[in-house]
Every structure is written in C-alpha cells, then in structure tokens.
Design a protein around this ligand. Structure first.
Ligand code: SF4
Length: 455
C-alpha cells in the first residue's frame, strides 16, 4: 500500500498527487441542491456531471439529480450555446423544476462560452428562473464552486425592496444535512428569525416514503433567496467559504455581515451561540444549551487521558479543518500537520493564529497541498491519529494510523451525513469518535493479559 511514496520531499508547483479536494462543479451542484425545486445544470460533457453526481451520491447515499448540456465533438469545437438553449427548454418541460442553476465546466470555460449572454436568448417559462455561475475547475476547488454558485443565486435573485423583513440570513457554508439541522436547532432555541441559504437538509437526507420525489420538501425557497436582500444582516459560518457570498449580498443589497468560524469546538460553538443570542435579543443563553455545553465539558474531562498529547494530522476543506483543529487543541491534542487542498492565504493565517493561542510551534500548515505530501511528512515523522476524508484511507493503512472520518467526501461509511459535528452535540460526537478510536486501538494491540474491561 503506497509503497512507492518516497521519504524525500520535493517542492512541486505544477503537479498534484492524491488531491485533497475535488472540482468546482461538485460544489456548485451541492449548493444548487440546497435550493427548493432547483435542478443543477452542468454546461459541459456527460462525463463531468456523471462524476459530480457520483461523488455526491456516494457521500450522502442519496440520489443527486443534475443534468448536462451533453457536449459532443461539435459543441466542443463550435461552442455549446445551442446545446444550452435546447437543454434548458427540455429540462423545464421534462423535469419541471422551478429554477435551473447552470454551472460551467473545464470544457465550456476553455471554449469560452459566455453563459450570461447565451441565456439572455432563452425564453424562461412564467414563474420559473435561471441562474448561472462560472466554475472553471482548473482553478480552486469544490469550495470555490460552492460559493460561486451561492453568489450566482444572490446576483440573479436577491433584492432589497426597502421593506426590512427583520430576519437574519444564515450562510452555513458547506455542511452535511445533520450539521444544518443542528445549526437550525440552535438558532430556533435562541429564538432567532432567520433565512438559511443554502439548506440541503430535507433534500440530501430525505426520508424513504415509498415514492421517489425529485424535489423533496427541503431547500431554501426562491422567495427566501429574493428576501435575503431585506435581511438585517448575515451571520456567515466559515470565513473561507462564506466571504464571497457575503460580499455579493453587501454589494447588491447593502446587507452587512458577521463572519465567524464553523461552530466546531467549544469556543467556536460559544461564539455562534453568543452571536445568535445577541441577534435574537433574548438576553441570556437558554438553559438547555448551557446544559449541553456542561455535558460536553464533563465528557472532555472524563476522557482526556486517552487522547491528551496525542499528535494528529488534519486534512480536508479549510473551514472544517480549522474548526477541527480548534477542537483538538481544546482536547489537549497536538496538531502536527494541517493541510487543505483549497488555495487560501487566509487559511494559513488563521491556522497560525489559532496555533499561537495554544503555543504550538511545531506544526506544519499548508493550503493548496495534497495528500501525497502529507504522507511524506508522516513517513518522516509519524502521528497518532488522522482526521479527514476517505482519501486518507490508504495513508492510514500504509502507516497503521487510526483514521477518524470527517469532512467531504466520506465515501466508505454510512450514516455520517446525518450526524452533526457542529454545536455542543456535534462536539460530543467528535469526542466520541476520537476517544473510541484510541480505545479500539488499545484493545486491538494489547496482549491478552492486558485486555481490560473498563477503560
Ligand atoms: S473535466 Fe473539469 S469539470 Fe469535468 S470533472 Fe474533470 S475537473 Fe471537473
């Protein structure tokens, strides 16, 4: 397993091996699936959208409906305008969405199709909508695609009517449905009136009721996206993923924003709860949340001897990685390697700031990195635990290091997308996973005479 990975690290500029990211349109499709009765539309070949749908379906264990311009040789040479016009007409007729969210691919970007001008010639049925985002996949990652598509919705739909709606817009960033449900639960407990955009809960965790619904009940309504322009402010989670949509809404509708980290970890969740309490005006943190926080702290104290001082490598999407890093530091663990495949100087700066707070000096942080490089670092100096996506599985096996699966994509496990890692309850789940992986390892590795029933 990965026997040919050399120990000697060489600085690479033009080559990624075992990337720690996927392509922009994957993010654009996921963002679009968070809008009610929206059909994601890929302006490119069928091969691209097959891949995008596959990775989403394998992570969520749910169908991810999306359509394509179905480029063939002709479109690749002469441009895909004609395919797009026919495709959009067919999709409205056949699949009857309320809105189609078009994103580009490497191919249509390289040809240079001007989507905005092409769709001006398309007759959109009454009461239906078209939006688009440019998502060239040779730059950025699925994180870029996600926020570019959010900006697409905002730029086309959001408007300020001059009549405030008294609500707060929550931009949750890229989260699993289980996390989104938890964010909404916390906001509801704090009495906040809000519009969450996008919201894949109820879509990518839709129940099995006996008949297939192409458009389940979940998702942000089109009317709500329009109404974002009348919100009091945006509470944006994830400073890397939510910045651009915040700027887009501010530019278009003058809605101010407050960006905070993903509420992963005690301090980050505290910040989310305090902001929510402040914005809702209820005055005090509800007792039930104080109790949840107290339970988390109690469990951290009970279990700390099993993970304290352990060295950990964390990889994945920038905001998730920063949140997990914060939490493992709160647990008394030592982040040794922290990488994301998404480019972003803010990631490096924010990671450095968090490490400085905890006085950790010996930690390698890198954005725009890949898992091959992480493996090389580990071969030179190992860690006790990996936390990240399924793509670190081979490293875990090759180096005999336990892996806690967190982030996107997790392709080889079930149920995870229903279980939050945000909020106090999410921390409790993360804590359970981290602690138990060490206890499992101890049971597995110890001699028979040392096998304890109580740990
Ligand atoms: S060709 Fe580009 S858009 Fe298509 S799947 Fe590959 S990276 Fe993604």
């Amino acid at each position: 397993m990965l026997d040919l990975t050399p120990n000697e690290c060489v600085e690479r500029e033009a080559l990624r091996i075992n990337p720690c990211k996927t392509c922009q349109p994957v993010g654009a499709v996921y963002a679009a699936l968070g809008v009610h009765r929206c059909m994601p539309y890929s302006h490119g070949s069928q091969g691209c959208i097959s891949y995008h749908r596959t990775v989403l379906s394998r992570h969520f264990k749910e169908p991810a409906p999306a359509v394509s311009s179905s480029f063939t040789e002709g479109a690749s040479v002469f441009g895909g305008g004609s395919n797009l016009k026919t495709g959009v007409k067919n999709v409205f007729e056949i699949y009857k969405p309320d809105i189609i969210a078009i994103h580009t691919t490497c191919l249509s970007e390289t040809i240079g199709d001007d989507i905005r001008s092409i769709i001006q010639d398309i007759e959109v049925p009454d009461g239906k909508y078209l939006v688009h985002a440019n998502t060239p996949s040779y730059v950025g990652s699925h994180v870029y695609g996600y926020y570019n598509m959010m900006c697409g919705f905002i730029n086309y739909l959001s408007e300020s009517t001059g009549v405030p709606n008294g609500k707060v817009a929550i931009f949750p960033g890229w989260m699993n449905p289980g996390d989104l449900v938890e964010i909404k639960r916390l906001a509801d407990i704090c009495g906040l009136k809000y519009i969450m955009f996008p919201d894949q809960s109820g879509v990518m965790d839709a129940p099995l009721l006996g008949t297939y619904e192409m458009y389940p009940e979940g998702g942000t309504r089109i009317s709500e996206i329009k109404d974002l322009g009348n919100c009091r402010c945006v509470l944006a989670l994830g400073e890397m993923i939510s910045a651009e949509p915040c700027f887009a809404l501010e530019r278009k509708c003058k809605v101010p924003h407050k960006m905070i980290p993903y509420p992963i970890g005690v301090e980050n969740t505290d910040e989310f709860v305090m902001q929510t309490v402040k914005l809702s005006g209820i005055g005090n943190v509800p007792v039930c949340l104080e109790n949840e926080r107290g339970q988390l702290i109690d469990m951290m104290i009970d279990s700390h001897q099993h993970y304290s001082q352990k060295k950990v490598a964390i990889y994945g999407d920038p905001d998730t990685v920063l949140g997990v890093m914060s939490f493992v530091l709160e647990l008394g663990m030592t982040p040794k390697y922290v990488i994301t495949g998404t480019f972003g100087e803010r990631f490096d700066h924010e990671a450095a700031r968090i490490l400085e707070v905890y006085g950790v000096k010996d930690c390698k942080v890198k954005s725009n990195a890949d898992l091959f490089e992480l493996h090389q670092w580990i071969k030179n100096e190992s860690v006790d635990l990996l936390i990240g996506t399924t793509y670190g599985k081979q490293i875990a096996k090759a180096e005999n290091i336990p892996l806690v699966r967190v982030g996107f994509p997790v392709l080889d496990r079930y149920v995870h997308s229903y279980m939050p890692i945000v909020g106090y309850r999410g921390c409790i789940r993360l804590l359970e996973m981290i602690t138990n992986v060490f206890l499992d390892e101890r049971d597995r590795e110890c001699e028979d005479k040392d096998l304890e029933i109580v740990l």
